[in-house]
Design a protein around this ligand. Structure first.
Ligand code: ZN
Length: 261
């Protein structure tokens, strides 16, 4: 299965983010079963079906699991301005509400954040500025694909930027430039599995129309994605792995104890 294949590829640890309250118990159970970690949050793609009192349930879960070493962040939270329905009222305001309220919860519970950024970097930064009130953040802006200026703004707030399968495409010039030129200490690796398939798993619309299923991304792809990034940066894969693991522990401090044991 997926986790065993990841282990066979030397992926020692996975962070499993929740996307809705319904998943909270499941990500926690899975993290315990496999020695991984998890995050609790309401994802912007799930705000449509979320209830207002889901925020109270998140708050309650964060309180109940306060001493849980495997709970490493509030996430995934954020804003998605790519999906047309979410960009328009009322879901646009709805996801902004959930984002800001969850930033507050992360602050109250002293936890890092894992942010979903999709054409929404400026608005996310605005929330970090408003709720952070001049104090730094911890966490990851995952699947980042914005401008160099926006990248720098997230870094200045204290966040790391997550890169994954999208950078394996030669045509992803902006993303490759960013992943190559940003300071090494600002970068973490991710798969975003089952999404963001690297190019070797990707099936074109044509191939899919002919019956080929879209390739499913898995955590076990991480070493190959890392090799691509190492090649772009002119590093050996080991150096990149050591650096990005260190960065992940800085972004999600509870990982330190989990990775040491
Ligand atoms: Zn995401």
């Amino acid at each position: 299965m997926v986790r065993a294949r990841a282990a066979a590829e030397n992926v020692a640890h996975c962070v499993l983010p929740a996307v809705q309250v319904k998943d909270f118990e499941r990500v926690r159970t899975l993290a315990h079963e496999f020695g991984d970690s998890y995050a609790l949050g309401i994802h912007p793609l799930y705000v449509k079906q979320a209830q207002d009192d889901d925020l109270a349930r998140l708050d309650a879960a964060l309180t109940a699991q306060r001493d849980e070493p495997r709970l490493v962040a509030v996430g995934e939270i954020g804003l998605d301005y790519f999906v047309p329905e979410l960009l328009a009222s009322p879901l646009r305001e709805r996801q902004e509400f959930f984002y800001v309220e969850q930033l507050k919860l992360a602050r109250q519970h002293g936890l890092p954040v894992i942010l979903h950024v999709r054409r929404s970097a400026d608005m996310l930064l605005k929330g970090l500025r408003a709720i952070g009130n001049g104090t730094p953040w911890q966490g990851i802006a995952h699947a980042f694909n914005g401008s160099a200026q926006q990248a720098q703004a997230f870094i200045t707030f204290g966040l790391k930027l997550g890169f994954g399968g999208a950078l394996t495409y030669e045509r992803a010039e902006n993303l490759r430039r960013l992943a190559t030129t940003l300071p090494l200490e600002a970068i973490v690796l991710e798969t975003d599995a089952p999404d963001m398939p690297p190019h070797w798993l990707y099936q074109t619309a044509e191939a899919r129309a002919a019956g080929a299923p879209q390739g499913r991304n898995e955590p076990g792809e991480l070493p190959r994605i890392a090799q691509v990034l190492a090649g772009l940066r002119g590093l050996d894969a080991e150096t990149l792995a050591v650096a990005t693991t260190r960065n992940a522990m800085a972004a999600l401090p509870r990982l330190q104890a989990l990775l040491a044991s």
